[in-house]
Design a protein. Sequence first.
Length: 114
Amino acid sequence: MISKELLKGVLKPVILKVLEENGRMYGYEITQTVEQITKGKVKLSYGALYPILHKLEKDGTLSTDTEMVNNRARVYYSLTPQGKTVVQEKIEELEEFVSTIQILLKPNLGLQFC
């Protein structure tokens, strides 16, 4: 499993990408989808997931709707039109970050210091 420290900065684009690909989802469904896609290497806790979902909703990136399921309110999250643009920006930012980290992890970095 990947550490919480490494995941912290990438959760927002991961959540947005899952919503982009799957459409309207509720919290448990998001956590299970991420775990399944990563073969258990990434497990989202509710304590990490819901603050991000609430912030994205507040920012206008996500919209919510509530349905009653088995006498319980279930909140579904979906991308807003603005959110569809944000997903692309966050994915590009994450890809650039990963590419940069890969360079740093190469042996000998090819750098010479004076």
